[in-house]
Design a binder for this molecule. Sequence first.
Ligand code: SF4
Length: 229
Amino acid sequence: MTERSARTRSRKLLAALEVAYPDAHCELVHKDVFQLLVATVLSAQSTDVVVNQVTPALFRRWPSPKAMAAASAEDIESTIARLGMYRQKARHIKGLSQVLLEQYQGQVPSSLEELVKLPGVGRKTANVVLGVAFGSPEGVVVDTHVQRLSQRLGFSKETQPAGIEQDLMTLFGREKWDIISHTLIFHGRRCCTARSPACGACPVQQLCPSAFRAEHVGRKKGSAASKKK
Ligand code: SF4
């Protein structure tokens, strides 16, 4: 397949998925950009479902950078203790709240350069905030679903998030960099799951290069299916 036809097929695939999931969006519950930033920091190595179970109590007690910065680390820890790495995450959200208060008048900055200087905020978290809250991502957020789906759909042959992100940024225009992640995550959670992709019921089955043979494509090394290989 030529580069041009691969690009055409990729764009058709994304367009079909956007039709299938017109309401694809960030599933971390938040009321403002500060809460989005905190929820995204908390979501590292944790599912959105568990984060959404923890954040209502967290934001009820400490809804703003000012309140969070003044909280004790121990109190934050006990509120988010269901999450992996909760001690480190508690330190990060208290620390980033202090920086927002001291350097940004309690506002969340809107540039990648400033966001990645906040405690616990890497490029991925920054791009979630830039895409969802500001509509101006500087890259594509590649989580485990985006990683797996990009490989299965033929968007990328890379195996690491950084390489996959570069391929997605090359294949798709900047205006798609935010929605592509949400759309692939929706499809990955609802249909093209890691272990049992539902190819028979898939809305892009006709276009997908991995249809009916996807179990071993895009799985992480060490997963059950990979070990069976
Ligand atoms: S056809 Fe199968 S492998 Fe391809 S996107 Fe659909 S569920 Fe995933």
